[in-house]
Design a protein around this ligand. Structure first.
Ligand code: NAD
Length: 358
């Protein structure tokens, strides 16, 4: 080890069964009394139930969050939050809802409480990705920024809210979390605490996801998965990511692919690409998976969960692969293995067809 920096984790975290009931107390601790509750249209019921629990402390529900945080949705929500004179936002849902809360907080500096219902991990990061329309018709451009205003003040993990997370999203979202942990292990700014958290996250998720696939209401496995997701989210929020996250950012933002499923497909391929340059990280991945080889173990885990393993089955047009490969190497960023355009194009081809990573 050559020394490190550990910036700390300022977000207050509560994790347990039935912790939703603690949200009013968390609001009081923050000194807030006028919350707007956020969700996607599909989770409006959960948002309204929380607003009911908050009583007069809830001044409105905005159930309009959508994937990849389009700026137009955020601007409409900010206008409503201001009109309601809210003093905090409470996001109930996955990364899309968390993203809307973060985008509002960035523009208003309001406090955020997040109640995550997937394993995406966004709640633990000071990072916000937003999409705008591009120059060409139908084109989307995704930009990412970092700010302490974006980091939520409080995260309340209620395991009970994840019991009904559909199995397909459980698996892909769980693999999304595994991806944060894998890239944290070879991050340029990695540190011993984050590496411990990353290995433990992979171990917890690799244990939990097959158990949930066999018994979706298994409370112990659901607890393990959310614990792993928290750890993985904290890794994502603390150290820099590399090729895998860049590829998923490009694929999700430019081709509107589903976020978690894209991570699930690409992860074994990005890990295989980086493996020769990150042997220690891959040994830790393999150890956490209980596998002989990190990338192959990641492929086997995904295959065992029955998630899509090919980009072509989740909406990626083959004609877009060249553009994706070019975008992935357009701006330089740190990666353990140098960015080699030909090898990255091959990686994408393997991911497109769902081949075993080479
Ligand atoms: P999501 O939030 O879009 O959720 C997918 C769907 O599942 C939604 O319709 C949602 O309402 C529904 N859902 C969520 N939880 C449910 C539950 N328990 N039961 C039933 N339905 C449920 O998907 P996601 O993968 O969690 O988040 C993806 C978004 O998060 C992307 O926009 C991505 O860019 C962003 N993200 C950002 C960061 C960051 O640090 N900035 C990190 C991870 C993800």
């Amino acid at each position: 080890m050559e020394g490190f920096r550990f910036p700390g984790l300022p977000t207050r975290v509560v994790l347990g069964h039935g912790t939703l009931a603690e949200v009013p107390r968390e609001m009081e601790t923050l000194g807030r009394s006028r919350a707007v509750v956020l969700s996607t249209p599909g989770q409006r019921g959960q948002a309204e139930a929380l607003a009911g629990l908050l009583g007069e402390r809830a001044v409105g529900v905005i159930a309009e969050a959508v994937m990849h945080t389009p700026v137009a949705v955020t601007e409409a929500a900010v206008a409503r939050v201001r009109a309601l004179d809210a003093d905090c936002v409470i996001a109930v849902g996955g990364g899309s809802t968390t993203g809307l809360g973060k985008a509002i907080a960035l523009r208003t500096d309001l406090d955020q409480i997040v109640v995550p219902t997937t394993y995406a991990g966004s709640e633990m990061t000071p990072i916000l990705g937003e999409t705008r329309d591009g120059a060409e018709p139908g084109q989307k451009v995704k930009t990412t920024q970092k700010s302490q205003k974006i980091l939520p003040e409080v995260v309340v993990y209620d395991i009970d809210l994840t019991l009904g997370l559909p199995l397909s999203l459980t698996a892909t979202s769980g693999l999304n979390a595994v991806a944060h942990a894998v890239e944290a292990l070879y991050a340029q700014d990695r540190n011993p605490i984050v590496s411990l958290m990353a290995e433990e996250a992979i171990r917890a998720l690799a244990r939990a996801l097959p158990a949930i696939a066999a018994a979706p209401q298994d409370r112990t496995a659901r607890a393990d998965a959310l614990y792993g997701a928290w750890l993985a989210g904290a890794c994502l929020g603390t150290v820099g990511m590399a090729l895998h996250h860049k590829l998923c950012h490009v694929l999700g933002g430019s081709f509107d692919l589903p976020h978690a499923a894209t991570h699930a497909v690409v992860l074994p391929h990005a890990a295989a690409y980086n493996a020769p340059a990150a042997p220690e990280a891959m040994a830790r991945v393999a150890r956490a998976l209980g596998a002989a080889d990190g990338p192959q173990g990641l492929h086997d885990l995904a295959a065992s969960l029955g998630v899509p393993t090919a980009l072509k089955t989740i909406g990626m047009p083959e004609a877009g692969l060249d553009r994706a490969a070019e975008a992935a190497v357009a701006n330089s960023y740190w990666n353990p293995r140098p960015l080699e355009p030909g090898a990255i194009r091959r990686l994408l081809d393997n991911a497109f067809h769902g081949r075993r990573p080479d």
